[in-house]
Design a protein around this ligand. Structure first.
Ligand SMILES: Nc1nc2c(c(=O)[nH]1)N[C@H]1C(S)=C(S)[C@@H](COP(=O)(O)O)O[C@H]1N2
Ligand SMILES: [Mo]
Length: 157
């Protein structure tokens, strides 16, 4: 991927997230709609690149569990063995992170993946308007997706 020059960030900002794919109720989410869901406060969240470099540290952030969003959209499971799905969180610059159904719905990671809409009491601006994070990753940089624009549910063929 080509690096984005800092002055160019404005055109990558996304004001909504599309939740789509193998879901019964496709959703368009905004900061306002997330605020009406079950909002959690995440404290002392650090972003560490795969290289080990410390990138940023938030004293406090606000967000909604990815699990709650997916439950609202309702993944189209045909029967209880139909659970091989992968979920792609994609940004406007096409940066992306991938999760599995089992990570979210049958593993403690499900309680650690959030879509954030506020950092340190402020709306998310340059990296806005929403960021997806996975708090319990060893290096949190790779699955820290800023400029988040979609959450796509796919079934493994
Ligand atoms: N949309 C988008 N998200 C991204 C990236 C990117 O290039 N585009 N880079 C990732 C990488 S490699 C890291 S280490 C962290 C860095 O987060 P920071 O820019 O807040 O320091 O964001 C991640 N999220
Ligand atoms: Mo990184």
């Amino acid at each position: 991927m080509m690096p984005i020059p800092p002055g160019d960030s404005a055109k990558y900002i996304s004001k909504q997230i599309e939740v789509k794919g193998e879901v019964e109720h496709p959703l368009t989410l905004t900061v306002d709609s997330l605020m009406k869901m079950n909002v959690a406060t995440i404290e002392n969240f650090k972003v560490v690149c795969q290289s080990g470099a410390s990138m940023k540290e938030n004293k406090s952030c606000k967000g909604v569990l990815l699990k709650d969003i997916l439950e609202k959209a309702n993944i189209t499971q045909q029967n209880h063995k139909d659970r091989n799905f992968y979920i792609v969180a994609r940004a406007t610059d096409n940066y992306k992170a991938t999760f599995s159904w089992a990570e979210i719905f049958n593993n403690p990671t499900g309680e650690n993946v959030y879509v954030l809409f506020e950092e340190n009491g402020q709306p998310i601006k340059a990296q806005g308007e929403m960021i997806l994070i996975c708090k319990n990753d060893i290096k949190t940089g790779p699955r820290h997706v800023y400029w988040l624009k979609s959450i796509e549910v796919n079934r493994v063929d």
